[in-house]
Structure formats: structure tokens, C-alpha cells
Unconditional design. Structure first.
Lengths: 286, 265
């Protein structure tokens, strides 16, 4: 089931001929210099993402997942290599790529509604229309009734919903999500995963979703990139053959467990001989 | 996912009033000590509290206090206003521009320890004898806390917040207005809180030097007439003003930076 890097599977070959991939990374390298030390955050990262795909990227902490997303988003520039979006090189951030950062970025001085409406106002929308659109977006993520709350009054999950609503408001072509559910408790996280699946299916957006949770990556993704650390690079690129629509039943699918074990083995090999964590047992669905 | 409600502060009332009483303890001890000294070993130099209070009322009745206080406050707030505008601009610029930071930080650092009051004669030569040199000196002194507050505040803006603004396509000025200034506001108000007493000190001192109006002049006049109660009456008024300004800034902070309710000034 594990194929090597960027080998297009049979199903996508036809498309690739008629339609170029929406996003293409070619030999992306990124090194950071700090205090005379050099960190190679990414080495030779190349992959393509067809339009509409839900791509999960999985990897241990510090393997360069955020860095990769920041480069795609145009916030950081690659040391070498290139990123092309619809055939055009990425040089700066743009509303075509909606970024949900790993850190919370809701403005604490704005209400939830004002936070969601802000990108629209920046875009020149009329106040009234921006407000209406913000309400719609909040309804999409299940936050109706909290329009006038401040972020400090919301739970972690609700804040991430609000951030998602704000990002969707940009009407992006690609959603870049950096461990958006990382700080949530297990139950909230599962609910959010199901909701994201629903929203993605309705919108048909392209999504690049970063996580270090194997089940999350498999449950959400059409395809999973597995990354290794030091230097950060792609060690596997796998199509996930789980039926859609996915839901609570998918989590009991034995195929999910298979994927989980495979990925876990891969990551364990990559990490070398280390005391095995409780993840394997703890996160395998019963 | 459930509706989160925050319980209001559940502290019992008597605890709150207890805290309020404790806050007054230091002031009460100071006043009590003074009264004790004045009554037991007092001379004309140490008027009792009621003598000072009577003098304050007298100065209010005759209208002198209002006349002089108006002048003092007008100059003081003019100077502060300039300091707020220039200080915030300098602080924000320093925080967001490497060039400005490199150029301005050594300048501010080097001029900060200079006793700027020593410049007052020079300012008089430059600006004449009127209100101008006083206003300039007040704004010079208040500039430092304001610039520092704005600088620290604007530095607290995270990279991700700025990246978000770029993702959204916000212009530089829009980012300043909607992201940087709100984020810097709490720290700016801390600067304002530090600047308010400085403002009072500087204006009164300048008025004590060759002036015929203002609270500082009132002090010098009472001293010349050998009226310690007159001096202390003005000091008491200044203390009340200083306290009132401080409370006003705290109140302002509560209103303006409502989202940082947990931060106590
Ligand atoms: N601005 C920076 N300066 C120096 N080093 C950096 C910088 N940003 C990231 N790094 C380094 O690059 C590597 C990859 O960082 P990155 O944040 O992309 O990891 P990550 O996979 O997102 O980790 P996590 O799962 O913990 O979020 C790390 O070793 C990190 O220390
Ligand atoms: Mg990260």
C-alpha cells in the first residue's frame, strides 16, 4: 500500500494529462540560521496536489510541517526549490490560500462576528453585507448564537470553529490547516473532524491538513504524506482507500486500523530505537 | 461545545470592602502621623490637618485655587497630549521598523538619564517666557514612558497575527489600525499611567521658577508670605489631582482594553 514519493496512482494519471495539478512543490528546501546554528527544516520536498483533494500531512514534532505550510502560504520563502499554484509561482501570501495557523489568531478585542467579518471588510465589503456573511459562515461551523461573544468566552473548539469560519470567508481555493485540532480534547476533536469532513465535502475545496495524529490524518485524508525529521522530508505518500462519505462508522473500519499500524511502524522506524509510547495502544480504535 | 459562562466574581462583599480599607491604611497612617506631630510638637511650620483643610476651602472660596489650577492643568495636558501623539508614533515606528529602531533606540537610551529639567533655561531661551517652554518640558518628560509603552506593546504583536493580516490582504495602514494599535493599547495605557504623575511634577516645578500663575506659583507665593498652610494646601490639592488622574487612567483602561479583564493595573 505504501508507494514511494509522488508516484501518481492510476486513478489520477488521466486527470494529470488533461488538468495540471493545482499545487506543485518542486525540490523545496528550507534552512534556518539562528545563533550560528543551521537547521535544515525541509529537504527536497516535492509533491503535487490535484484540485479538490484532502491531503493530510503527518509527522513528528519539529519535522517541518508548519514550515512547509508557511512556504505554501507565501509567508516564508524556500531556500531553494519552488511552489507553483495553478502554474504560477507563489511569491507572497494571498486570499487564494486560506491559512489556519497553529497558534490562535482570533483578535481578543473583537467579537466572534467581528473577527469573521474582518477579512470581508478589508476586502471592501459593505458593513451590513459583511455582517450577514459572517453570520452565515458562523452558522456553517455551528457557532450560531455566539456572534457577540468574545474569543476569551469561548472554549478551545469553538475558537477553532470561529477561526475556520474566518478562513472560509476568504473564499480560498486551498485551505491550509496547521494542526487546527491539536489542542482539543479527544471528543471535541472527533466532532470537529466529522464537521470538517462535511464542510469540505460541501465546498469541494482543496485542503492541506497538518497533524501529528495518525488516525486524524487517515480519517480525514484522501491521501497522507508522512514526514520524517532531521532533516524534514517526505518519507511516504499514500492514497487512503476508505469509502466516502466518511463518518462515525469509518472510525470502526478495520482498514483504518491497518493504515494506523502501517504509519505507526513507519514513524517508529524513522524515530529509531526509542521507548515505544502509549500511542499505539491508546489511539487504535477499538 | 457547551455554552460557556463565566461566573461573576463571587467574592463576598465584606472581603471587597476589607481590601478597600487596607488600601486606605497607608494614607491614613501618613495623615495620622502628621496630625500627631503637628499637635504634640507642632510649630507654625506644621499646620494640623484641619488648618490645611480650612486653607484649601479658603483658596477655593476666593477663586485663587481654580484660577491657578486651570492654568496648570491646561499646560500640563497640552504637554501630555503632545507626548501621547509623538510618543506613540515613535514607539510604534521603533517596534515595526528595524531602521527606526536602530536609529532611535540609542538616542532615547542616551537622553533618558539626562535631567531634562536642567534644559529648562535653554528652553526659555528658545521659546520665550510664556507657556511654550513649560509645555515642551512636560512633553519631553512624558515622551519616554509613552514611547516605551507603545514600543513594548507593538512588539507584543505576534508574527502569526501579522501573517494573518497579510493572508487577508490588509494594507499596512489597515494592519496598523486593526491589529497593531489594539494589541499595543494595554501597554500604551501603562505608559500613560506612568506619564501622568510625571506631568504634574514637571509642570509644578517649572511654575515654581519665575512664574506668576499656576499651582507652582501658589506654592512659592505662600512660602514667600511664610504661610506653611498655604503651601500644604496646594500640595494636598496636587495629591488629590494625582490620585484622580491615576484612577481615571485605570478606568480608561478598563473600558478600552476590556478584553484583558484579568490584568489588574
Ligand atoms: N523561524 C525559525 N528560526 C529558526 N528555526 C526554525 C524557525 N522556524 C522553525 N524552525 C526549526 O525548523 C524545524 C521545523 O519547524 P516546524 O515548526 O516547521 O516544525 P513542525 O513540524 O511544525 O513541528 P510541530 O509539530 O511541533 O508544530 C524545527 O527544528 C524548528 O526548530
Ligand atoms: Mg507546527
Amino acid at each position: 500500500m505504501l508507494s514511494s514519493n509522488a508516484a501518481p496512482s492510476g486513478a489520477t494519471t488521466m486527470e494529470a494529462i488533461t488538468d495540471q495539478p493545482q499545487l506543485r512543490l518542486t525540490g523545496v528546501r528550507k534552512t534556518f540560521h539562528r545563533d550560528r546554528k543551521t537547521v535544515e527544516a525541509l529537504r527536497d520536498v516535492s509533491f503535487e496536489v490535484p484540485r479538490g483533494q484532502f491531503l493530510s500531512a503527518l509527522g513528528p514534532s519539529g519535522c517541518g510541517k508548519s514550515t512547509m505550510l508557511h512556504i505554501i502560504g507565501g509567508f516564508e520563502t524556500a531556500t531553494s526549490g519552488s511552489v507553483h499554484l495553478d502554474g504560477k509561482p507563489v511569491t507572497a501570501p494571498g486570499r487564494d490560500r486560506g491559512m489556519m495557523f497553529q497558534q490562535a489568531t482570533l483578535f481578543p478585542w473583537k467579537t466572534v462576528q467581528a473577527n469573521v467579518a474582518w477579512p470581508l471588510l478589508v476586502d471592501g465589503w459593505k458593513r451590513k453585507h459583511a455582517r450577514e456573511r459572517a453570520r452565515e459562515l458562523l452558522a456553517t461551523v455551528g457557532l450560531s448564537g455566539f456572534e457577540h461573544s468574545y474569543p476569551a468566552e469561548l472554549s478551545g473548539g469553538m475558537r477553532q470553529r470561529a477561526a475556520l469560519a474566518r478562513t472560509l470567508g476568504l473564499a480560498p481555493d486551498i485551505l491550509l490547516m496547521d494542526e487546527p485540532f491539536g489542542a482539543l480534547d479527544a471528543q471535541t476533536r472527533e466532532l470537529m473532524q466529522e464537521e470538517l469532513t462535511r464542510i469540505w465535502q460541501e465546498s469541494q475545496l482543496t485542503v492541506i491538513f497538518i497533524t501529528h495524529d495518525i488516525n486524524e490524518a487517515v480519517f480525514l485524508g484522501d491521501r497522507v504524506l508522512v514526514m520524517g525529521a532531521r532533516p524534514g522530508r517526505i518519507i511516504a505518500d499514500v492514497e487512503i482507500e476508505l469509502d466516502r462519505p466518511r463518518g462515525a462508522h469509518t472510525k470502526r473500519d478495520p482498514k483504518l486500523v491497518e493504515y494506523h499500524n502501517e504509519f505507526w511502524d513507519l514513524i517508529r522506524q524513522e524515530a529509531g530505537p526509542q521507548p515505544s509510547g502509549s500511542r499505539d495502544a491508546g489511539e487504535t480504535p477499538s | 461545545m457547551a455554552n460557556v459562562t463565566f461566573p461573576r466574581a463571587l467574592a463576598p462583599r465584606n472581603l471587597l470592602t476589607g481590601a478597600a480599607l487596607r488600601r486606605l491604611l497607608g494614607v491614613a497612617a501618613l495623615l495620622g502621623g502628621w496630625e500627631l506631630v503637628a499637635r504634640l510638637g507642632g510649630t507654625r511650620l506644621t499646620p494640623t490637618l484641619d488648618e490645611i483643610a480650612i486653607r484649601v476651602l479658603y483658596d477655593i472660596e476666593t477663586g485663587t485655587l481654580l484660577f491657578h489650577a486651570q492654568r496648570t492643568l491646561l499646560l500640563a495636558f497640552s504637554g501630555l497630549a503632545i507626548a501621547v501623539v509623538v510618543g506613540c508614533a515613535v514607539g510604534l515606528l521603533m517596534a515595526r521598523s528595524r531602521w527606526a529602531e536602530a536609529a532611535l533606540q540609542p538616542l532615547l537610551g542616551a537622553t533618558y538619564p539626562i535631567p531634562r529639567l536642567a534644559l529648562y533655561p535653554v528652553l526659555i531661551l528658545l521659546f520665550g517666557l510664556g507657556a511654550a517652554p513649560k509645555i515642551v518640558l512636560v512633553s519631553l518628560e512624558c515622551l519616554y514612558p509613552m514611547a516605551l509603552g507603545a514600543y513594548v506593546g507593538a512588539r507584543s504583536v505576534t508574527t502569526t497575527q501579522l501573517w494573518l493580516a497579510r493572508n487577508v490582504g490588509a494594507s499596512w495602514s489597515r494592519t496598523l489600525r486593526d491589529v497593531i494599535v489594539p494589541a499595543a493599547l494595554p501597554s500604551m495605557l501603562t505608559g500613560l499611567r506612568a506619564a501622568a504623575p510625571v506631568m504634574l511634577i514637571v509642570i509644578v516645578v517649572t511654575e515654581m521658577i519665575g512664574e506668576n500663575r499656576g499651582l507652582g506659583y501658589m506654592i512659592m507665593l505662600a512660602r514667600a508670605n511664610f504661610e506653611p498652610d498655604g503651601v500644604l494646601a496646594v500640595v494636598a490639592v496636587l495629591a488629590v489631582l494625582g490620585f484622580a488622574f491615576d484612577r481615571a487612567v485605570v478606568l480608561l483602561s478598563r473600558v478600552l482594553v476590556f478584553w484583558e479583564r484579568d490584568v489588574r493595573l
